[in-house]
Design a protein around this ligand. Sequence first.
Ligand code: NAI
Ligand code: MG
Length: 496
Amino acid sequence: MSLEQNLDPFALADALSNKLLIDGKLVPALSGKRFDVINPATGETIGHAADGVATDVDLAVQAAAKAQKSWAKLHPRERGRLISECGRLLNTHVEEIAKLVALETGKALRTESRVEAGVLADVFVFFGGLGSELKGESVPFKTDSITITQREPIGVVGAIIPWNVPLLLMALKIAPAMVAGNTVVVKSAEEAPLAVLRVAQIMNQVLPPGVFNMISGDGPGAGAPLVSHPKVGKVTFTGSVETGKIVYRAAAEKLIPVTLELGGKSPMIVMGDADVDRAVAGAITGMRFTRQGQSCTAASRMFVHASIHDEFVAKLKAKVDEMVMGDPLDEKTDIGTIISPEQFAKVKSYIELGEAAPGATTLRCSAMPTDPKLAKGLFVQPVVFTGLTNDHRVCKEEIFGPVTAVVKFTDYDDVIRQANDTEYGLAASIWTKDLKTALDATQRLEAGLVQVNQNLVVQPNMSYGGVKQSGLGKEASLESMLEHFTTKKTIILNLG
Ligand code: NAI
Ligand code: MG
């Protein structure tokens, strides 16, 4: 199929249907089976994904294992050059990838999908430049010997990715894995298999066959056999805590290393001296309202000082009201749809729980789209709850939807305690003009990422990952490439 940029996402979805990418070639699943890919804004089927199972996974892993031998022998800078080249090539396809991911995930093109497709190249170019950083150490030992350590690739890496930011999360796993000399088999999420397949197809124009393979299929059918395949030496996973633990247990059977990026319930603390307008803007970015709140770092617990609580809530509601919900492919749209009927039901059930809580107020923001074409779309009005306490289920459990709770506080020490009173530890933020408070909070908040007066996403070369139930290991940085995608060999040369 053509590698010309195809700006009709419906035609592209059709052309990419029923394919896995194994050993450099687009092939159907061995069984010929497939599953529907749905446009969540209309409920219509836009294409099909090949339903890969253990036998397909085996073909992909065998291809990756074979390719790994010669890939590892390439000079690291040459591998890096090829990965950078992938980034440059992807940059000529940003618009088609953006439209396709908007169509299959319901993420608005202007506010989300184009942004995600646009940062891909940066990840590949960044890691592509790090080939020469695969350095070892010299270790003091006896005077008549030389002792060094050497970084070696692990082998075949299995990468299991979710649907919320499929392209970027995949890139942050596979770019360092491949630069370090590993080959990869990616298992795409059931809900978002097509845009990542297009990326794989484009990158396979540059990479040798077998270096980057892509399987679609469901979790138990395709994800589980990838984790347990004897030739997979490392698994990197992003998704739910529950599935992360299943993956970790399966990997333990083989004693292989695992990186897990899991859920969150990230606190945002707004002190009484904070700039309220700036904090409101940060709340909107932090809550990822333009992604329907479907983010592991979503600032879904907002602790706001009593002295500014009412002003903060009123301004937050007014700003979210201005956001336009609608067709994800429409340039006017700020907020698209929830990914799937299952997630839609989950989000709705949490909204009902919050509404039923004594003392809670439910503020529904923005307006539902009126276009009859979107009548079956999975649209949910963003909800801001006030009056809930931090021990309510809405404040404890990951909702993964456009639902946040604003909790009033007066005492600083107590709000730090509440912020940390969660099983998660992915991200946190503190909003204040007082440097001493800001610094103190950065030390006391239990999270992998703590921000002061901002709620932005991390950039390549900032280690990213959670503590507590939010995960294991870091991604996105040079250190993550060295620690999680290589193994260290000690070499002693006795010259005596
Ligand atoms: P999930 O964790 O079940 O799925 C993530 C990936 O794991 C998908 O590719 C899936 O096919 C795969 N998978 C599922 N079962 C597997 C198994 N037994 N072995 C290997 N791979 C398996 O997440 P799901 O069902 O899409 O969403 C459920 C909840 O998870 C969401 O409501 C949200 O709370 C959370 N989530 C968190 C994400 C994050 O970015 N940390 C991303 C997606 C979901
Ligand atoms: Mg699941």
